[in-house]
Design a protein around this ligand. Structure first.
Ligand SMILES: Cc1cc2nc3c(=O)[nH]c(=O)nc-3n(C[C@H](O)[C@H](O)[C@H](O)COP(=O)(O)OP(=O)(O)OC[C@H]3O[C@@H](n4cnc5c(N)ncnc54)[C@H](O)[C@@H]3O)c2cc1C
Length: 370
């Protein structure tokens, strides 16, 4: 894999960079979308599995991995992608290694399906555009999700009725404990709603190096969710192709979500709670107008944003943070907020919603240094 994933110019420059030894005390502020101040005790980046292996052998990583009474297994370095799903509540205590493994490779190009392997450091939206330009369908509803490809399986990214698992075939990852390479097929990833084995039993153990996807040359557009159909109508498109769907999704996202380049945020802070039928019935009795999305297994998903809005947080500021005025589920940094301050606000929202509705919200964002 390494040869085909290091022959592009951007990969070469990243490879030169990542041949450097780890740097001490590096600011992460520009490397994550909340834009809060945070410092990595040690920082490096890697453009291939081989260079990651070399980083794992460096002193600070070996020191972090040494077992202690608190961490009998040792502590693994943190792998950072685009930093769009993390909140540095405090400084990370372990070395931070940025994944910059580039490369896009067509493994199989059949009459109907194409199988592509994407380097984990590739920017997700650029990959989506690349597939759409070639007429390969499946990723269009996932347009404009920030971040890099390697993080996409972490929480099985999803938007507008489509999740990564729909096109996912397999991924390759390095075990940070011993440097061995392992392939995970769809079953091994245990995908769920914003979930995977990499957030549960394998948490922190693997660095994902590449993701293999199976895309459909005759994909049926998925139009049932959000305002896609209505937006396409407004665009005057009655028979949309995948490029049209992507444009509609980009339009909706730009009108609804704050741009992290302007206002620090990490998208939806909490997952939408999935309630069993009994819990939902109790909630509905008290709040007949509550929006709901029935699930195939009988549970009911309710929008966390609605609960937060009803609890009075929408658009209300607390110091330099608060829930966004257009989308209450997005917690923002209005400028100069500390990670701990944002985390305090998230806990305040979580407690208030639980008191008012009896529903516990669970963060979607990965809180570091709590
Ligand atoms: C404005 C906005 C909108 C968003 N909308 C959506 C949305 O619609 N749907 C959605 O699902 N998400 C959404 N997100 C969240 C985020 O963009 C995705 O979760 C994205 O996949 C994170 O990618 P990243 O590279 O930035 O990951 P990071 O934030 O860098 O990392 C996230 C987690 O994955 C780990 N990680 C990252 N890369 C690797 C790797 N290669 N190997 C092992 N572990 C790794 C990190 O250690 C961390 O725990 C949104 C975020 C923002 C800011």
């Amino acid at each position: 894999m390494a040869a085909s994933f290091s022959n592009r110019p951007d990969a070469r420059s990243a490879a030169n960079h990542d041949a450097q030894p780890l740097q001490a005390g590096v600011s992460l502020q520009a490397l994550h979308t909340f834009g809060t101040k945070a410092t990595a005790p040690w920082f490096g980046s890697f453009a291939s599995g081989e260079t990651l292996l070399r980083l794992l052998e460096q002193g600070p990583v070996r020191a972090a991995k040494a077992p202690t009474p608190q961490t009998p297994q040792g502590a693994m370095p943190m792998i950072l992608g685009g930093g769009s799903n993390v909140l540095f509540v405090g400084n990370p205590s372990v070395p931070v290694l940025a994944n910059r493994v580039m490369g896009r490779e067509v493994l199989d190009n059949g009459p109907r399906y194409v199988v592509v392997r994407i380097g984990a450091g590739e920017v997700w939206h650029e990959v989506v555009q690349w597939t759409i330009a070639r007429g390969w369908g499946g990723l269009e509803n996932l347009s404009l999700i920030p971040g890099r490809t390697g993080a996409a399986p972490m929480q099985n990214i999803g938007a507008y009725g489509v999740e990564l698992e729909r096109t996912f075939q397999e991924l390759e990852a390095m075990d940070l404990r011993d440097g061995s390479l392992k392939r995970f097929d769809k079953a091994a990833c245990q995908f769920g709603y914003r979930e995977s084995a990499f957030k549960k039993e394998h948490k922190g153990r693997y660095a994902i190096l590449s993701v293999t996807l199976r895309l459909d040359k005759q994909a049926e557009p998925v139009l049932e969710y959000g305002a896609i159909r209505q937006t396409l109508e407004e665009m005057g498109i009655s028979e949309p192709g995948i490029a049209d769907v992507s444009r509609a999704v980009v339009h909706i996202r730009q009108s609804k979500l704050p741009d992290p380049a302007v206002l620090g945020n990490a998208g939806s802070f909490f997952k939408n709670p999935e309630l069993d039928a009994e819990a939902f019935a109790a909630l509905e009795a008290a709040h007949p107008d509550i929006p709901r999305y029935p699930l195939a297994d009988g549970r009911v998903k309710v929008p966390a944003g609605w609960l937060i809005e009803q609890a009075g947080f929408k658009g209300k500021t607390f110091g330099a943070t608060g829930c966004h005025a257009r989308q209450a589920l997005v917690i923002v940094n209005y400028g100069g907020a500390k990670g701990a301050e944002i985390w305090q606000h998230a806990l305040r929202v979580q407690d208030t919603v639980e008191q008012q509705f009896g529903v516990r919200l669970h963060p979607e964002v990965n809180a570091i240094g709590v």
